[in-house]
Design a protein around this ligand. Structure first.
Ligand code: ADP
Ligand code: ADP
Length: 231
């Protein structure tokens, strides 16, 4: 559980283009925050800076009180779920979930506990022996989320995780991910979420607060009900 604090965050790309113009934002402990806005508004750039996948040109980024501007992704207590899932095709689901932990030297029993715990949370115990190509889109998506859960991160970062699913699956995954966040909170494992989407429905139904971005600046930050009520 960690607060994410953005102070005057700025991004200028190597070609001189400034994509993010001094963004100030506090994301609370355990909060589900959505970044929403049209393509090009800098949702990904911001998320990637929090993840440590993109350098920060100016300002200060804190996670859990600590300045992380110059820390590697691994040292930030974050886990990221990508749009394309990025599963290893030659490994079964179990190994896909376990791989990162094993690499980090986690003891085998602990790896097994965490994999089974994630599988239970995502109702995918029956998928552990399958290969990625034997999964549906929604199942592959759950494995991708599982890979983040096993890390027990302080902060979950989601980059358009449902964009590759059809409308029906998207709707059920919206509910599933929202419930997962609540379940972890009720289990005493609250997790902070930053969820990037261009989809208004996802933003309105999933976000506890929504940060509306436009051309690299924040237009509005509010609870979904308050956003709805505005003329
Ligand atoms: P979004 O995720 O909201 O679609 P991005 O964060 O991908 O927006 O991009 C924000 C702006 O930064 C866009 O104008 C995009 O073209 C520009 N941009 C993204 N990556 C680079 C890059 N590597 N070099 C230069 N400009 C970039
Ligand atoms: P996505 O929509 O999934 O964020 P994009 O097509 O926006 O993907 O970007 C794909 C890659 O190209 C990213 O690494 C991004 O940083 C880079 N990119 C995007 N816009 C630009 C740009 N204007 N100039 C240079 N690189 C860019």
């Amino acid at each position: 559980m960690a607060q994410v604090h953005l102070k005057k965050i700025q991004k200028t790309y190597a070609n001189g283009f400034t994509a993010v113009h001094g963004v100030d934002l506090d994301i609370h402990d355990g909060e589900f925050m959505v970044f929403v806005g049209p393509s090009g508004c800098a949702k990904s750039t911001l998320l990637r800076m929090v993840a440590g996948l993109e350098t920060i040109s100016g300002g200060e980024l804190r996670i859990g009180g600590k300045v992380v501007n110059n820390l590697a992704p691994k040292q930030r207590g974050i886990a990221m779920v990508f749009q394309n899932y990025a599963l290893y095709p030659h490994m079964k689901v179990y190994e896909n979930l376990a791989f990162g932990l094993k690499l980090a030297g986690t003891p085998k029993a602990e790896v097994d506990n965490r994999v089974r715990d994630a599988a239970k949370l995502l109702e995918m115990d029956h998928l552990l022996d399958r290969y990625p190509k034997q999964l549906s889109g929604g199942q592959a998506q759950r494995v991708a989320v599982g890979r983040a859960i096993v890390k027990k991160p302080e902060v979950f970062l989601f980059d358009e995780p449902l964009s590759n699913l059809d409308a029906k699956l998207r709707a059920s995954m919206r509910v599933r991910l929202t419930e997962l966040h609540r379940t972890l909170r009720e289990a005493g494992r609250p997790s902070t979420v930053i969820y990037v989407t261009h989809d208004q429905t996802e933003a309105m139904t999933m976000g506890e607060r929504i940060c509306v971005l436009k051309e690299g600046t924040i237009q509005q930050v509010d609870r979904p009900t308050t956003l709805y009520e505005r003329p």
